[in-house]
Design a protein around this ligand. Structure first.
Ligand code: ATP
Ligand code: MG
Length: 211
């Protein structure tokens, strides 16, 4: 397939969105028009509507598999409507979260099972996998402290117990070990400027490899 697909992964508060928006600004300043930035769950009208159901603090009755299926449904729509067309147009797609998030949060966090969630997602992705995954890693306590310090509205997932977030991070570390050729880990306890520089280098190296 043409194009380049790069996902950003990491526990809550690791800095995915911060790093991604800084990188977007850099590409904008360089007048690159072949970069598409998107996020999960969301990124288009249908996916954003699904996102709102998932994250609504009122939905305390949501079954864990319902939640996993909604994430996969949102992902499917994003792939079909946004990601695949952009890749076909030879763009670089930078996506805030992808399948690894479901494996970590639903598989390990909600304890459905990492392999089961991975397999279920294959139906949604038809095998579409990032060329590179930048995993920003922080201990759960650090990520949660950042969120508490900065965010006004805490959503349904942020409010989970520390043990949930620890399972999520442990699953991410397992994924990074299992897919070393795809997933590159950045220590996100470093100053944010360093994390941004390291992520930028990974992306530009990958872009050069492609040419
Ligand atoms: N390396 C860093 N050092 C210190 N603070 C940071 C760092 N990276 C991000 N932050 C701060 O931590 C907070 C959370 O960052 P951000 O929203 O980017 O995390 P996230 O990974 O996108 O989280 P979520 O999974 O909840 O979307 C922000 O207030 C951000 O400014
Ligand atoms: Mg974010």
């Amino acid at each position: 397939m043409a194009g380049l697909f790069i996902s950003f992964e990491g526990p809550d508060g690791a800095g995915k969105t911060t790093v991604l928006s800084a990188i977007t600004e850099r590409f904008k300043a360089a007048k690159r028009t072949d970069i598409l930035v998107t996020r999960e769950p969301g990124g288009n009208q249908i996916s954003e509507a699904i996102r709102n159901i998932i994250l609504d603090p009122k939905n305390t009755q949501m079954d864990v598999r319902t939640e996993a299926l909604l994430y996969a449904a949102s992902r499917r729509q994003l792939i079909q409507e946004t990601i695949r067309p952009a890749l076909a147009a030879d763009k670089v797609v930078l996506c805030d979260r992808f399948v690894d998030s479901s494996v970590a949060y639903q598989g390990a966090g909600r304890q459905i099972g990492e392999d089961e969630v991975y397999q279920m997602n294959q139906f949604a992705t038809e095998g579409l996998t990032p060329d590179l995954t930048i995993y920003v890693d922080v201990p759960s306590e650090v990520g949660l402290a950042r969120i508490k310090a900065h965010r006004k509205n805490v959503d349904r997932l942020d409010a989970e117990a520390l043990s949930f977030h620890k399972r999520v991070r442990a699953a991410y570390l397992r994924l990074a070990e299992r897919f070393p050729e795809r997933i590159v880990t950045i220590d996100a306890t470093q100053p944010v400027a360093d994390v941004i520089d390291q992520a930028m280098t990974l992306i530009t190296d990958k872009m050069k490899q492609r040419q």
